[in-house]
Design a protein around this ligand. Structure first.
Ligand code: FAD
Ligand code: NDP
Ligand code: 3IO
Length: 412
């Protein structure tokens, strides 16, 4: 069974820490989504507090991604509201450039999150009409309760790694086992036989990076996957999809066009063991959150046999793995590129805006709760959410501030 690594928290009724009444909203998470909301609020003069469990902004990008990572959508689809990428950045900025952009962004809007503050619970208190957000400090273990009128959830769709359980992996397999979020580069895998479990963008790019470091990767494809070229005739495939959608074409028609173009550029990928899902790539992203692979060179390594495609895993043993077709393979290491999940269900006590899996269907719920970056549309979707949320809170804030000022003028 897959295990989504969820944090564990202290008993709910016990609280011995400090209480802080926050003027303005509490934002959970200082990734691109949290920063984008912060920027919109700052522009309108609304104060806010950002709580971040890590000790830096954009911790997914700074701490949990590999060295060679680049944005896989053109830069204009990955920018946050109000600030474009520098002109001299390439079409697909590197991870370092993206982090540089985010740090500049945080500085420009004077965003100073409270670091090492991990949210344990957030509950709406009906009696006072306020959110009670409890945190634990990662460095000294102290607890704080933040009390606020608004709660903005920006903790990310990829907050925790998914670690499936496999027979024999812990007990029998003696090699090194890592999740893709801990993988930095293939340097230490040179000359090794590596099993990459999973064929999403992480699995595909990790397998390619392993090839660049003279390792011998095999990649598990247990079901199906959409692989699209990152570009078609020098133009971004994603951008083509966005343009077609703007012409009000139904999503299934856009999918058909993209698949036709993919066939033209990549050929029949099913020949290499990469079965396509029956639902189209954009439709699948929209309904299930499964991102199509945007190929940056892995497919040609699969075609040459440098990356071997293998079926689902039955069990691991000392020195190797057995697949469901009975075949065995000797391996030195395993990289689990098995994806991520939201951690919202573990700390948010609210049952409407968020699904059981921790995704949100809209950006606004009842009682002052908002979701940013949970609409399965990448950074551009998060930016759109952030603009709406900041405007919504800003409007209420300004109305109330005007009322307060009028009240003062009447008194004095
Ligand atoms: C490897 C990788 C590459 C990607 N590339 C692209 C791309 O090219 N283009 C694109 O559009 N999208 C991409 N994505 C999707 C990705 O979701 C976005 O890039 C982006 O990081 C989402 O921003 P976010 O702020 O919503 O979430 P995150 O970046 O995950 O930020 C959430 C923050 O919340 C913090 N947090 C979580 N839980 C708590 C808690 N309980 N208490 C306090 N803080 C908490 C986390 O530490 C984190 O800093 C990629 C994702 C991955 C994994
Ligand atoms: N350059 C970039 O911009 C990059 C972007 N990303 C993004 O990060 C997000 C996460 O991507 P990723 O980490 O690839 O996660 P995904 O959820 O996209 O993929 C997870 C993969 O693991 C497989 N898997 C899960 N459990 C098992 C199991 N028990 N046995 C075998 N296979 C298993 C899944 O197969 P199945 O489909 O059968 O469940 C799937 O192929 C995506 O949005 C992606 O686009 C990631 C890397 C690079
Ligand atoms: O890379 C990601 O995780 C993204 O979510 C970016 C993205 C949003 N919508 C898409 C559709 C096709 C390919 C990538 C994306």
């Amino acid at each position: 069974m897959a295990h989504c690594e969820q944090p564990t928290f202290e008993p709910e009724n016990f609280f011995s820490g400090r209480c802080i009444l926050v003027n303005g909203p509490v934002i959970v998470g200082a990734g691109p989504s949290g920063l984008a909301v912060g920027a919109g609020l700052r522009q309108q003069g609304v104060p806010f507090v950002i709580l971040e469990r890590a000790n830096c902004i954009a911790s997914l990008w700074q701490n949990r991604t590999y060295d060679r990572l680049k944005l896989h959508l053109p830069k204009q689809f990955c920018q946050l509201p109000h600030v474009t990428f520098p002109q001299n950045f390439p079409k697909y900025p590197s991870k370092g450039q993206f982090i540089e952009y985010l740090e500049t962004y945080a500085r420009m809007f004077d965003i100073n999150p409270r670091f090492d503050e991990s949210v344990q619970t957030a509950k709406y208190d009906q009696t006072c009409g306020l959110w009670r957000v409890k945190t634990v400090n990662g460095s000294d273990g102290s607890s704080v309760e933040y009390i606020s009128r608004w709660l903005v959830v920006a903790s990310g769709e990829n907050a925790e790694k998914v670690v499936p359980e496999f027979e024999g992996l812990k007990e029998l397999f003696n090699g090194n086992v890592t999740h893709a979020c801990e993988y930095k580069s293939g340097e230490s895998y040179s000359g090794k036989r590596v099993l990459v479990v999973g064929c999403g963008n992480s699995g595909m790019e990790v397998a390619l990076d392993l090839c660049h470091h003279d390792a011998a990767p095999s990649m598990v494809v247990r079901s199906s996957v959409h692989v699209l070229p990152r570009e078609i005739l020098g133009k971004s495939t994603f951008e083509l999809g966005v343009r077609l959608m703007k012409w009000n074409m139904p999503i299934w028609v856009v999918d058909k066009i993209l698949l036709l173009a993919a066939r033209f550029v990549l050929g029949n990928i099913e020949r290499y063991g990469l079965k396509r899902p029956s639902v189209g790539p954009l439709q699948l992203k929209k309904t299930k959150g499964k991102t199509p692979v945007l190929d940056i060179g892995t497919l040609s390594k699969i075609k040459t046999g440098e990356i071997k495609i293998v079926p689902a895993i039955r069990r691991f043993f000392n020195g190797g793995v057995e697949f469901i077709n009975g075949e065995k393979l000797e391996i030195d290491s395993v990289i689990l590129a098995t994806g991520y999940c939201s951690n919202v269900p573990s700390w948010l006590k609210e049952g409407e805006l968020f699904s059981e899996e921790g995704f949100a269907d809209g950006w606004k719920g009842k009682s002052g709760i908002y979701a940013v970056g949970f609409s399965r549309r990448g950074i551009s979707g998060a930016s759109e959410d952030a603009i709406r949320v900041a405007q919504d809170i800003g409007k209420i804030w300004q109305k109330e501030t005007r009322q307060k000022n009028q009240c003062f003028m009447t008194i004095f």
